[in-house]
Each structure stands twice: as C-alpha cells, then as structure tokens.
Design a protein around this ligand. Structure first.
Ligand SMILES: NC(=O)c1ccc[n+]([C@@H]2O[C@H](COP(=O)([O-])OP(=O)(O)OC[C@H]3O[C@@H](n4cnc5c(N)ncnc54)[C@H](O)[C@@H]3O)[C@@H](O)[C@H]2O)c1
Length: 242
C-alpha cells in the first residue's frame, strides 16, 4: 500500500449536522478501517488516492463522501490520518471520552476487542497490541493488531487514556510501566500477578478465579449469597459501578 505524506486536509472535527445516506455511512466505516491500517503502519499522512485505494473506492467517491463531512479535499493534498480518523469517528458517533487500548491480543484480548458492549457505554477500544509477529497485523473486529514494541507511539497516536492488560503475568509489570509512562492513569488488569503502580494511577484487577472461589465459599456454606456487588475486599466487584 502506498501513501504519500503531504499537507493535511482542513477538517473541523465536528460531526456533520445533516443526515448522511446509509451508503455513505457504510463507506465511512471502510475509510475508518483503512485509516486504522495506516495508523498500524505508523503512517501519519495519506493522500486521498492512497486512502481510496486502501478502501476499495474511487478517489472521486472518497472525496465526495468526505466533503459531506466538511473535509474538502484538493487533488494531491493529503489527509492527516489521526485528524481524519477522529473526524470520521465523530461523524459516526464513535467519539467517546474514554479511549481504551488493550495490551495482549491473545484469546482474552481479542474477545474483549470484539465485544461491542463497551462502545455503547462510552469506552472506545482504539488499539490492540501484541508482541507476537504471528499476531501483529491481524484484523480483530475493526482494529488491526499493532506491535507492542511501539506502545508509547501507539498510545500517543490513538490518544488512549485507559489500558486493559490481557497478557501473561510475567510480562504484565513491564507493560504496566510502559502504559503509565505513556501517560495512562487508569488500568484494568486481567494478569494473574500483583502489579505496582505509582500514586495517582488507578489499577483495577479482574480475577475471575478469585470470584469463583468466593462463590464456592458461599455455596459450601449453603448461603444463598445473592448479589453482593462487592469483592473480597468489600470493594465494588469488577464490572459494578464504583
Ligand atoms: N482475571 C481473569 O479472570 C482472567 C481470565 C482469563 C485470562 N486471564 C489472564 O489474562 C491473560 C491473557 O489470557 P489469554 O487467554 O488471552 O492468554 P493468551 O496466551 O491467549 O494471550 C496472551 C497474549 O499476550 C501477548 N503478549 C505477551 N507479552 C506481551 C507484551 N509484553 N505486550 C503485549 N502483548 C504481549 C502474547 O503474545 C499473547 O498473544 C493471562 O495472563 C491470563 O492468565 C485472566
């Protein structure tokens, strides 16, 4: 795929007021996916021809669609990938305050990335990272797995402000440290290990085995238990609102 760094398009970042035809909306999702591919490759600016090619549409169609969003293109002038990505996300109603990056694209990470329920609750999954060359570049939902070696740059580019750790315990502390140095202050960890975080960082741990053990404890005592909504520390259980 070719792309050419050129001057950025003038995009406003505001959702268009008018209702878009559903065919255009469908193509916007294709452009979004293509732009995510450029992000995965570390490409910051792209020509309309390259974006059209990556999306499987003609340049004329692409420019017409984007002009409906207020992103007027001039032939030969490029788009700033991140800017256009955000503009399209806003147009599609995908812009949320919380932008979640999932570190670890194994069974759990992929399942979380595919789960549509986060989006409707205001959590946009913006990146899925892994270190395995066999996994990097794979498409999962509308994301492409990116190389965790570039974690800081990916977090910066995607403006991730929340991280989910879905990787082995042995790799978790280092990944956690890097996530924090990338500016993230809210971390949800599935890793089966104790993590140290500095003051000012919120770390929540999900441990299904612990939850099952607590269930087993109540069951063997013949307790109905009910829905406590608390974990073993008397804190709200993972998944319940704090
Ligand atoms: N808390 C829970 O309830 C719960 C439930 C299931 C799994 N887990 C834990 O979640 C983690 C993931 O489980 P899984 O089944 O998806 O495992 P998995 O082996 O399928 O996936 C782990 C992925 O992490 C990647 N990885 C390793 N080091 C990395 C790094 N430094 N940066 C980014 N990616 C890295 C691996 O390449 C792999 O793709 C495990 O630690 C597992 O024990 C917790």
């Amino acid at each position: 795929m070719t792309s050419h760094a050129q001057s950025p398009e003038g995009v406003t970042g505001e959702a268009p007021a008018k209702r878009l035809p559903s065919a255009v909306v469908a193509r916007l999702t294709v452009y979004l996916r293509a732009l995510n591919g450029f992000v995965a490759e570390g490409i910051e600016r792209v020509s309309s021809d390259a974006l059209a090619e990556a999306s499987g549409v003609s340049s004329a169609t692409l420019r017409k669609d984007l002009s409906q969003l207020g992103s007027y293109g001039t032939r030969g002038v490029g788009y700033e990938v991140d800017n256009l990505l955000q503009h399209l996300s806003a147009a599609l109603g995908l812009t949320r305050d919380w932008r979640v990056a999932i570190v670890g694209a194994g069974n759990l990470g992929r399942a979380l990335a595919r789960y549509g329920g986060f989006e409707v609750r205001g959590f946009e999954v913006v990146a899925l990272l892994d270190t395995d060359p066999e996994i990097i570049g794979n498409e999962v939902g509308w994301l492409r797995v990116t190389d965790a070696a570039n974690l800081e740059a990916i977090f910066r580019r995607t403006r991730a402000n929340m991280a989910v750790l879905a990787l082995p315990g042995s790799a978790a502390q280092q990944a956690c440290d890097r996530v924090i140095s990338a500016g993230v202050r809210s971390i949800l960890s599935f890793a089966p290990t104790i993590l140290q975080v500095p003051r000012g960082v919120t770390l929540r741990k999900v441990d299904m085995a612990t939850e099952l053990q607590i269930l087993a404890y109540h069951a063997q005592r013949g307790e109905a238990g009910g829905q406590t909504g608390e974990n073993e520390h008397g804190e709200p259980a993972a998944g319940t609102a704090p």
